[in-house]
Design a protein around this ligand. Structure first.
Ligand SMILES: Cc1cc2nc3c(=O)[nH]c(=O)nc-3n(C[C@H](O)[C@H](O)[C@H](O)COP(=O)(O)OP(=O)(O)OC[C@H]3O[C@@H](n4cnc5c(N)ncnc54)[C@H](O)[C@@H]3O)c2cc1C
Length: 816
């Protein structure tokens, strides 16, 4: 017994030090003191002596720094240098682009919640609010999405004019160049609202404000280029597009075969130094109407007209539409969402060197320029459009499910529909928080490379889920296309969002964890960078510090993961109030589990992990759900911890925890080195898998929030275009919903009388007259039922057409 007690004391002291990340010295002292004190009290002199000798044998070589460096660190450094895969230039660029924000804390195993919670609440300025209430509202009122998507396959001229005149294309352009200079949050809010009126309009507005000529010029353009282009781009005098993708280079954009050869040519009688460009690009948004084409190509200087280097690398240029030989104008047709999109081609098109963005000195820096800008653009465009669509779905589907009656009940009352509504509510809350967090990160000056990939992937995947749920709840109403259908186009637009700005499978499998692990990990990137320190002594010193920091970090994460797993994350100091503390504790637990698992996977598989996409995708999922759950908690805090929002928060949070558990379980289950996987399982899930998905009861509370007006729903559907104009069915449904709810008790009374067979008429309206005459309902109640019946009829109705109206070619003459 006394032996056991002494051993236990030593273990607890060691564990506590590891849990709290004490220094090596504190660990040695604390463990020795605990062993000595408990050993003496328990009268276990032999055990105490043996334990102290073991502890000394471990601690001494580690504490003697010179000895440790030469005898332990140096051999490890040599092995590390041998096994560390050489990063390609492309990977190196991707890793170095962007900054690390709060996601770094999530990878630390011990997030500092104060860092997150002290960030100011993101808010729109007065000017931005005025823009939302003014031009954005006006633009939404002008939109007839059926006319755009079916009749014109384009925006009508007055909408184009309005967009340009009101500088929607200049949201990211500074005021000094005539732009709006909006915050990322405002940029996101505008896109969200527009996407609730038309996916075609929001995509059209998103592109010039995302990765493209304006963004690239702002960061890398020469003064002359900025002064020339930015004022024109701000007011839509120039329409930009950016052409990177081609038939042979999609996701692997660095493999573009498009070339620019440096050469001299006589232009207007003057010998001019320039480039001869040959390129074939496709899928380029706004290309058919673009007046200036951003172009990515590989630049070569075979005659050494610029310098020694022949292959200069990926380079970016801006070609005016008038450039001789530039071929644009035809259109692709992306899934019936007819924003302008098409190919751009050119063969030996000559352009002077002045077309290079940033001038000749930026030749070869194109990939870095793109990757750096992508982390900002990707954080806003797709996440905002997805969030807007989801918010509108939540509003429309909740209202529709309450209005649409089958089997004598509102369909919202059926548990199957309730399940879909719960997903819509919970995932919309989570996505809105995610989108807001990435916009806020951009506004803090970050270049959120990892969060933007998380936001792009998860916002669009969840939008796909919600689009499907929305369709299902609406049944045939959403299937029949026409002006009355507000869901069908959103559903067909989803795969576009999945594909662009980093196709989703690749974003999940390769980028989130690939970048996240190396960028956010407190040691890995620094260890890799230490390999390139030229001074051997300095290299050893640096690597030693990092290596032992890393080992301590790993041990601490193992202890933390195990301890929090055993306690079911019920113990420990963390942030939050009585309601949210358990949430923060769960995040602490899974942060430690992620850090531990990632370290073990990287340590055991090394460079091979890069090719084990199914494993790294799952670890990326864990990081993503930690990030999303943290964003939800921050949103809840920023909104003043509203009790009304708790069902949304709880649903979204438990869903994230459930998905984290599945991802960790799947990663460990499929880890090829089985004994390591068994050990990991014991540390990560010491009591097995205890997370459960959101309960049916919680789902019912979420669904209830979607089907009646309330403050939580107002927050969830913020920035949805709800003005009940003739073109806005969703707004008019929202306006009718209170009457629908008020009519329900009257309907019950009326229904009872109907069932009792007391009416002689068969027609509903005639029966109402009878019910009123019989005193079953009052005149006001009868009027209410009439008004609701008429109002709801409009929303359950669908369109029909003459065959001619549906033909793309109206006559044989058109077709030929
Ligand atoms: C409507 C629309 C608008 C667009 N606008 C523009 C634009 O304005 N400018 C522009 O330059 N481009 C644009 N694009 C191109 C877009 O960025 C590409 O479609 C995208 O990069 C994917 O390339 P791809 O379609 O050739 O798919 P592919 O690269 O052929 O990918 C096929 C599948 O393989 C997966 N995959 C590829 N590599 C990996 C990997 N390493 N690991 C795991 N999975 C992988 C992908 O995720 C995808 O699922 C647009 C595309 C569309 C559809």
């Amino acid at each position: 017994m006394s032996v056991l007690l002494t051993l236990l004391a030593a273990l607890i002291a060691s564990g506590a030090c590891a849990y709290h990340r004490s220094s090596l010295r504190s660990w040695a002292i604390a463990t020795a003191v605990a062993t000595l004190v408990v050993g003496l009290i328990a009268h276990a002199p032999w055990t105490t002596t043996i334990l102290l000798i073991v502890e000394l044998a471990i601690a001494l070589p580690l504490l003697l720094v010179d000895f440790r460096r030469k005898q332990i660190t140096l051999p490890i450094l040599k092995i590390f240098a041998k096994v560390t895969p050489k990063l390609s230039e492309t990977e190196q660029t991707a890793l170095e682009a962007g900054t690390v924000g709060f996601e770094g804390e999530l990878f630390s195993g011990k997030p500092d919640w104060h860092e997150l919670l002290k960030q100011p609440k993101p808010e729109l300025s007065v000017e931005e609010q005025a823009f939302m209430a003014g031009p954005v509202e006006e633009l939404c009122a002008m939109i007839d999405d059926w006319q755009i998507t079916h009749e014109l396959a384009d925006l009508p001229p007055k909408v184009w004019e309005f967009i340009k005149k009101n500088r929607f294309f200049g949201m990211i352009i500074p005021k000094q160049y005539g732009g709006l200079q909006f915050s990322a949050l405002a940029h996101s809010a505008v896109l969200q609202k527009l996407s609730t009126a038309s996916a075609t309009v929001s995509s059209t507005v998103a592109v010039p404000n995302s990765l493209g000529p304006a963004e690239l010029l702002l960061h890398y353009g020469s003064e002359e280029q900025k002064n020339h282009y930015l004022p024109r781009l701000a007011v839509g005098e120039e329409i930009p597009c950016f052409a990177l993708t081609g038939p042979y280079a999609g996701s692997d954009a660095t493999s573009i075969p498009d070339v620019g050869i440096v050469c001299k040519q006589v232009v207007d009688g003057v010998e001019t130094l320039g480039i001869k460009l040959t390129f074939d690009k496709r899928y380029i948004t706004l290309a058919p109407i673009a007046t200036v084409v951003g172009l990515a190509f590989r630049m070569y200087d075979p005659e050494h007209l610029l310098g020694d280097k022949e292959d200069l690398g990926i380079t970016l240029a801006l070609l005016p539409r008038s450039t001789p030989g530039l071929e644009i104008g035809r259109r692709h047709f992306p899934l019936n969402i007819p924003f302008q999109n098409g190919p751009v081609r050119g063969k030996e098109v000559f352009a002077p060197l002045s077309v290079l963005i940033g001038g000749p000195q930026m030749a070869g820096h194109g990939w870095r320029m793109l990757v750096e800008c992508l982390s900002v653009g990707r954080a806003i465009s797709l996440p905002s459009n997805a969030t807007g669509g989801m918010r509108a779905s939540a509003l429309a589907t909740g209202a529709y499910a309450r209005m649409r009656k089958q089997f004598g009940l509102a369909v919202a009352r059926f548990e199957g529909v309730e399940e879909a509504l719960a997903r819509i509510g919970g995932l919309t809350y989570a996505t809105a928080a995610l989108s807001r967090a990435t916009a806020a990160a951009v506004d803090r000056g970050e270049k959120p490379a990892v969060p933007s990939a998380i936001a792009k992937y998860h916002a669009t995947e969840w939008a796909r889920q919600i689009a499907a749920d929305t369709m299902d709840v609406h049944g045939g109403k959403a299937v029949q296309l026409g002006p009355k259908n507000y869901a069908g186009r959103g559903w067909s637009a989803v795969p576009i969002a999945i594909t662009v700005e980093g196709a989703n499978i690749m974003t999940r499998s390769l980028m989130i964890f690939g970048q996240g692990a190396i960028r956010c990990h407190p040691y890995v990137l620094k260890e890799m960078q230490a390999l390139s320190i030229a001074d051997r002594g300095e290299q050893l010193k640096t690597f030693d510090r990092l290596l032992f920091g890393h080992i301590g970090f790993g041990i601490s994460n193992a202890v933390r993961s195990f301890a929090m797993g055993v306690s079911g994350a019920r113990l420990g100091e963390t942030a939050g109030d009585a309601y949210t503390r358990r949430y923060y504790r769960k995040l602490d637990r899974y942060s430690a589990a992620l850090a531990l698992t990632a370290d073990v996977f990287m340590g055991v598989l090394g460079g091979k992990l890069k090719f084990k996409e199914k494993l790294s995708a799952r670890l990326g999922d864990v990081l993503s759900y930690l990030y999303i759950a943290s964003s939800m908690l921050k949103q809840y805090e920023d909104n003043g911890r509203p009790e009304a929002d708790r069902p949304f928060l709880a649903w979204g949070f438990h869903q994230c925890m459930w998905l984290i558990q599945n991802a960790l379980d799947g990663a460990i289950r499929n880890f090829p080195v089985r004994p390591v996987a068994w050990l990991l399982r014991a540390l990560v899930f010491p009591l097995g898998r205890r997370e459960v998905p959101p309960s049916d009861r919680l789902g019912r509370r979420v669904a209830a929030l979607l089907t009646a007006p309330n403050e939580a729903l107002d927050r969830l559907t913020d920035w949805v275009y709800t003005t009940p104009t003739p073109n806005n069915t969703i707004g008019r449904m929202k306006a009718l919903l209170p009457d629908v709810i008020a009519a329900e008790p009257v309907e019950r009374k009326f229904g009872k009388a109907q069932k009792s067979g007391q009416f002689t008429a068969h027609d509903y309206l005639d029966q109402l007259v009878e019910a009123q005459q019989a005193g079953v309902i009052s005149e006001a109640e009868a009027n209410l039922l009439r008004h609701v019946r008429e109002g709801v009829f409009e929303f359950i109705s669908v369109d029909d057409f003459d065959s001619d109206e549906l033909r793309a070619f109206k006559t044989r003459a058109d077709a030929s």
